[in-house]
Design a protein around this ligand. Structure first.
Ligand code: BJW
Length: 237
């Protein structure tokens, strides 16, 4: 790594980067999918069957996230954003902790929990009400609003996906932080980067299906490990 210049960095983050801020992961210990069934809360069918239940869950999560602050890992990535000319942060997280830490070039592949979308008009807009005054919320046109997030079986925003794929084309360093690397198509992004010659570093508290592809696997909490890694990378730049 020491001999490489690092002009172009792409980062992929997942729920693990927000753990130390108090946001639960999906699949880890105490993860959301250990307590709740994804099929009942995070699919279009679930919303169609019971929008009140789905919205109660999102209302609870919005309240939880509203009380959380970015941690040292989010702040480190925001510093990388300021420092590097060619930098893209791709996140699967729907929280806004990267933006609140100061990151500017953020691609939110799975949407944003602070946006809602009219199911009839498909218009998305910001909504920061905590708690929501009405569940399920409705649009001024009378139709239901839904969270502007990507559920299982739904396509990701093609523009965001294109941005992510283009970012890895010429990237020299691909950094993957706090994701179980099992949800597609996000999990294929670092593999693409590696195929195109990027140096791949994974930061996670445990090994994942991506680990065998990585040039370095750093095992430890992101808020501890990322500042140390960034200090090392800056010396190599
Ligand atoms: C720490 C830490 C610390 C803890 N420091 N680390 C190809 C093959 C097979 C299946 C598919 C496929 N293509 C598509 C699919 C289907 C599906 C899929 O991937 N399923 C797999 C699970 C098998 N994908 C989709 O449906 C996607 N749509 C799509 O591809 O459309 C086209 C299509 C559809 C169907 C078939 C074929 C094509 C959409 C995926 C949408 C995911 N949505 C969710 C919910 C978003 C909204 C919300 O938040 O409410 O996104 S599910 C959930 O998982 C959420 C996350 O963004 C996503 C990823 O989870 P993440 O971030 O990795 O979290 P965890 O909890 O899994 O992992 C946390 C990690 O952190 C762990 O590794 C810990 O160890 C670590 N950690 N503390 C560092 N302190």
């Amino acid at each position: 790594m020491a001999e490489r210049s690092l002009d172009s960095i792409v980062v992929l983050t997942g729920a693990g980067i927000s753990t130390e801020s108090g946001v639960p992961t999906f699949r880890g210990e105490d993860g959301l999918w250990r307590q709740y069934r994804a099929q009942e809360l995070a699919t279009p069918g679930a919303f169609h069957r019971n929008p009140t239940l789905v919205w109660e869950w999102y209302d609870w999560r919005r309240g939880l996230i509203a009380g959380c602050e970015p941690n040292a890992a989010h702040h480190t990535l925001a510093e990388m954003d300021r420092y590097c000319q060619d930098f893209v942060l791709i996140t699967q997280n729907v929280d806004d902790l990267h933006q609140r830490a100061g990151s500017r070039r953020v691609v939110q592949l799975h949407g944003n929990i602070w946006q809602v979308r009219c199911v009839a008009e498909s218009t998305a807009f910001e909504n920061h009400d905590v708690p929501l005054p009405q569940i399920p919320p409705t649009c001024s046109c009378g139709a239901l609003l839904r969270p502007h997030v990507v559920w299982f079986g739904e396509s990701l925003d093609p523009d965001m996906l294109t941005t992510a794929y283009q970012a890895v084309e010429g990237c020299q360093l691909m950094l993957v932080v706090g994701t179980s690397a099992v949800v597609q198509p996000a999990a294929s992004v670092p593999v693409m980067a590696k195929d195109r010659g990027a140096y791949l570093i994974e930061v996670n508290v445990e090994r994942t299906p991506l680990s065998p592809w990585a040039d370095e696997v750093i095992l430890g909490p992101a808020a501890e490990e990322l500042p140390k890694l960034w200090a090392r990378l800056k010396e190599a730049m």
